[in-house]
Design a protein around this ligand. Structure first.
Ligand SMILES: C[S@@+](CC[C@H](N)C(=O)[O-])C[C@H]1O[C@@H](n2cnc3c(N)ncnc32)[C@H](O)[C@@H]1O
Ligand SMILES: [Zn+2]
Length: 275
């Protein structure tokens, strides 16, 4: 699977240090290996997506293995469906630092499945980290709302904790293509929320219905993690949507915490494009 040129929509072919389309539009790879496919028109801000601080917080947290249980379960579930395809075409839409897609790539290789994998994210800081870790996955800076891939080209599409675009996901998935999503369950990070809020609320798990898709598989993951230093606790909090909504006084409550045991609860949802 190749990226499409953001200017003329022709396929971009990798040539040493750049990607070139047949109309000779050329996009150079960054030193770390990703390619920037974001044109001025589809950039909403000067530096879109997650900034360096957020990217580093997530990279440090995930690299310590706190969410390994989720990653292992995703590996298994992706493998279950990828093994039915001859050369699975996989896109991770909003891949961030590539933690999950890199683990999926390694798991598929260990199981002798050679997949063609692309990852896109709107943050070049995230892709800088991602492309340093895996040179076999093609990483491109692009928007989920304007995916740089052909219609009907993906067997498997991952959308993990990133914005959702039903139009684009339905466009790029093949007729029997699958969408993998992860949602937090009711008590996810309950103890972390108790440390910050006087009256925490449980997460609301919404209806699973997605227009244009049928839910075909689901895996519930419930576990505990033991956060072993203040930095890990703060990094985790920065990864959550609460980070933006919490008052400075409440965030300060985390300053004196050096360890924390908290629940993690996820649901992996597998949808098939409706025929
Ligand atoms: C919470 S992070 C999740 C990253 C990764 N999937 C993971 O689970 O580790 C959300 C990601 O979505 C990216 N993002 C936000 N808006 C986007 C958009 N319009 N198009 C592509 N990526 C976007 C952010 O830059 C960020 O890397
Ligand atoms: Zn072009």
């Amino acid at each position: 699977m190749n990226f499409l040129c953001p200017i003329c929509k022709e396929e971009l072919i990798q040539q040493d240090k750049s990607f070139v389309c047949k109309n000779k539009h050329t996009f150079d790879k960054a030193k770390s290996g990703y390619v920037n496919l974001l044109t001025v028109n589809n950039k909403n801000s000067k530096i879109p997506g997650d900034n360096k601080i957020m990217v580093n917080a997530r990279r440090d947290f995930l690299s310590k293995g706190y969410y390994k249980v989720l990653s292992d379960n995703l590996n298994e579930l992706v493998y279950k469906y990828a093994k039915e395809k001859t050369s699975p075409q996989i896109l991770d839409a909003g891949c961030g630092e590539g933690y999950y897609i890199n683990n999926i790539y390694n798991h598929l290789i260990e199981n002798k499945i050679s997949a063609d994998i692309l990852g896109i994210d709107i943050s070049k800081f995230a892709l800088n980290v991602a492309s340093k870790h895996n040179k076999k996955i093609k990483f491109g800076v692009a928007s989920i709302f304007n995916l740089p891939v052909k219609s009907n080209s993906c067997d498997l599409l991952l959308n993990l904790f990133a914005p959702f675009s039903d139009d684009e996901f339905l466009r790029v998935l093949k007729g029997d293509g699958l969408l993998f999503m992860v949602i937090p369950s009711t008590k996810h990070l309950w103890e972390l929320k108790c440390a910050v809020y006087d009256t925490p609320y449980e997460n609301e798990v919404k209806d699973y219905t997605l227009e244009g898709f049928n839910l075909i598989d689901k895996k519930i993951i419930k576990d505990y993690i033991n956060l072993s230093c203040n930095e890990d606790i703060k990094n985790l909090f920065m990864m959550t949507p609460y980070y933006y909504k919490t008052s400075i006084d409440n965030v300060k409550k985390l300053d004196n915490l050096d360890t924390l045991k908290t629940k993690i609860e996820f649901e992996i949802l597998v949808y098939q494009k409706e025929k």
